[in-house]
Design a protein around this ligand. Structure first.
Ligand code: NDP
Ligand code: GDR
Length: 361
């Protein structure tokens, strides 16, 4: 039985990947951070009690900023494959916590690669690094492909650039099977609530259910290539199953603006939005003249990535990969899931309980 070790197993991609690998027959080990609250919501459906004999899903406490914990876990698990998905993954937050972001996102992968080397597992363990379209930042070529030059625009992207090149360097220097998936934005109902797509579907669903009044957003003209996380984790696995380790762009090849995402989601919830003003004064009202969406400069970034569009032809050609979920299906799935949970929260509230939180992003 193959063994996989996933960092970031409690995150969006980690949860989808763990599910995917368990279905493939793997023994799956995940690293989770110590937290004062339960942080395993996304993987509770695959959790197995430690008392069960022969369980195939095993969690370990560890942290990407703590080399010794990583070395211990790699030694104990002896994984055939390591998927490094753990990261401080929020671009805006990286401007507020640049040093921590570098420690976790740049040095974290270095620590894992070194753990493999220290333990003499270079020929046994294959390594996947979660690289990102944010590397392209200020874009030099449209669409972006593997050979497009990088120009990172945030502490997050700069840290991920180190991670990209250290992965390439360890492949070339030590003959390790180590590769980068340069993934464009991918979303799902499990997306963190402070990323723009989930923020939109969650807020509009809550407005519809009477739990919130207005959705405040930053740059609604930003353009992104959005796919579904479920489709993208299959690529992460495929990249580790090849004869030779290579880096691949994973994207849909289709681009939409944040504003498009808002309009489409609003339409699915029967809001007709009327946009007024421009720039920082832009806002959208519904048919009853209620303010539904407003731009708030607090969500602007000091340096923004205005536009991203990927060219996944190398992955299609060499790995036979195609995304399965359309943009419309992605938005539908996210809106439906958030509307269900908003209706549940509204019901709880009507019965006098306050079981919901609203987190700003
Ligand atoms: P999430 O933010 O949903 O998950 C990040 C995971 O990393 C969580 O499990 C988090 O733990 C964990 N983590 C954070 N800090 C540490 C740390 N110091 N030590 C150990 N684990 C830590 O991200 P996604 O699932 O969306 O993304 C997965 C990876 O892919 C990330 O590296 C991201 O940067 C990258 N990426 C994501 C894209 C996307 O569109 N989703 C596109 C391209 C790249 P906790 O649950 O405790 O917070
Ligand atoms: P991104 O995703 O920065 O591309 O990074 P995010 O959803 O945060 O932003 C996408 C675009 O939307 C604009 N935007 C807002 N963003 C947020 N979060 N909140 C807002 O209110 C808002 N209003 C407008 C942003 O300015 C941006 O242009 C994601 C992360 O998953 C990274 O880890 C990953 O590497 C990249 O995708 C690919």
């Amino acid at each position: 039985m193959k063994k996989a070790l996933i960092t970031g197993v409690t995150g969006q991609d980690g949860a989808y990947l763990a599910d995917f690998l368990l279905k493939k027959g793997y023994e799956v080990h995940g690293i989770k951070r110590r937290s004062s609250l339960f942080n395993t919501d996304r993987i509770d459906h695959i959790y197995e009690d430690p008392h069960i004999e022969g369980r195939r899903f095993i969690l370990h406490y560890g942290d990407l900023t703590d080399s010794t914990s990583l070395i211990h876990i790699v030694q104990k698990v002896q994984p055939d494959e390591i998927y490094n998905l753990g990261a401080q993954s929020h671009v805006k937050v990286s401007f507020e916590e640049p040093e921590y972001t570098a420690n976790c996102d740049a040095l974290g992968p270095l620590r894992l690669l070194e753990a493999i080397r220290i333990l003499g597992m270079e020929k046994k363990t294959r390594f996947y690094q979660a690289s990102t379209s944010e590397l392209y930042g200020l874009v030099r070529e449209v669409p972006q492909k593997e050979s497009t030059p990088f120009y990172p625009r945030s502490p997050y992207a700069v840290a991920k650039m180190y991670a990209f090149w250290i992965t390439v360097n360890y492949r070339e220097a030590y003959g390790m099977y180590a590769c980068n998936g340069i993934l464009f934005n991918h979303e799902s109902p499990m997306r963190g609530e402070t990323f723009v797509t989930r923020k939109i579907t969650r807020a509009l669903a809550r407005i519809k259910a009477g739990l919130q009044e207005t959705l405040f957003l930053g740059n609604i003209d930003a353009l992104r290539d959005w796919g579904h996380a479920r489709d993208y984790v299959e690529m992460q696995w495929l990249m580790l199953q090849q004869q030779e380790a290579k880096d691949y762009v994973i994207a849909t090849g289709e681009q939409h603006s944040v504003r498009d995402f808002v309009n489409l989601s609003a339409g699915m919830l029967d809001f007709k939005l009327h946009w007024q003003g421009s720039g920082v004064d832009e806002r959208a009202y519904d048919d009853r003249n209620r303010l539904v969406v407003a731009v708030d400069p607090r969500y602007f970034r000091p340096t923004e990535v205005e536009t991203l569009l990927g060219d996944p032809s190398k992955a299609k050609r060499e790995l036979g990969w195609e995304p399965q979920t359309s943009f419309l299906q992605l938005v539908q799935e996210m809106v439906a899931a958030d509307f269900e949970s908003a209706k549940r929260d509204a019901l709880v509230k009507r019965h006098g309980f306050t079981a919901y939180n609203f987190h700003e992003s």
